[in-house]
Design a binder for this molecule. Structure first.
Ligand code: SF4
Length: 255
């Protein structure tokens, strides 16, 4: 009996719903390890991070969105000098905080978020510190941090991975999103989904420091070669692995 178009459609939908989102790799997936190696050869060893306490890292990461790394470092240094302690920063007026962070993007909005977060942390623990987070599981820390306004997966990953907490997490900033999508490692998705998908293929042996180094290498690639507007694929050490780069450069052959 011929199958009706409706039945065929229903079957297609049912098949799609039961198909795994990603095919299971029988072999260990070594794509990230290869990429890491090629980037290390190209950019050299990255300077090991001297991790900050979790609260200082939280303040830095909250201020850093859409702001250049050097600018955010300079602003955090300035805040330390101007206020002396993070308690003094918490107790300052919104106008004083906004003035202290005026070089980052959206200072007005970030001043409100920063003051509210520092007050809420003090209320939760009785004093202004995040060192107590070390007692908790990584997922619990991250979901607790993400309840604060302006804190998403990128900031929570930075706090748990870059600070003295030193947990396994991958901080997905805009460079990381762009580079991994161009490399075909993940489809277009938000930072949380991209991190979740990348963490499935991260080598099990990679500890927190390796994940930090991987983040630094990908960020450097995004800042120097795999830029938003003008990717320099011909100079890129990942060209042979990169579908986007191959498409870009194949168009240049006939010129
Ligand atoms: S080959 Fe081009 S698109 Fe691919 S990662 Fe390198 S610079 Fe980016």
């Amino acid at each position: 009996m011929p199958i009706s178009p409706e039945t065929r459609n229903l079957k297609r939908i049912t098949d799609a719903m039961t198909e795994p989102l990603f095919q299971h790799h029988a072999e260990p997936d070594d794509r990230l390890a290869n990429i890491h190696q090629l980037l290390l050869q190209h950019f050299g060893e990255q300077k090991p991070r001297d991790p900050w306490d979790p609260l200082s890292q939280f303040i830095y990461s909250l201020l850093s969105s859409r702001t250049k790394t050097e600018t955010t470092y300079a602003v955090v240094r300035h805040l330390r000098e101007r206020f002396g302690t993070w308690e003094n920063l918490r107790d300052a007026s919104l106008a004083e905080i906004e003035n202290g962070i005026r070089d980052v993007t959206f200072p007005e909005q970030k001043a409100v978020q920063l003051k509210a977060s520092l007050e809420a942390i003090t209320e939760r623990y009785g004093s202004l510190t995040l060192d107590w987070l070390a007692r908790y599981r990584t997922e619990k820390i991250r979901s607790w941090l993400e309840q604060f306004p302006g804190v998403g997966p990128k900031t929570s990953a930075a706090v748990v991975n870059f600070s003295t907490l030193r947990r396994r997490a991958l901080c997905i900033d805009s460079h990381h999103l762009r580079v991994t999508q161009r490399l075909g490692l993940t489809p277009r998705a938000d930072a949380a989904t991209t991190e979740e998908r990348l963490m499935r293929i991260v080598p099990e042996a990679w500890d927190a420091a390796m994940l930090d180094e991987h983040h630094q290498l990908i960020k450097k690639l995004g800042q120097t070669l795999c830029t938003f507007a003008d990717p320099k694929c011909r100079q890129c050490p990942l060209l042979k692995l990169c579908p986007y780069g191959k498409r870009q450069t194949s168009g240049e052959e006939g010129r």
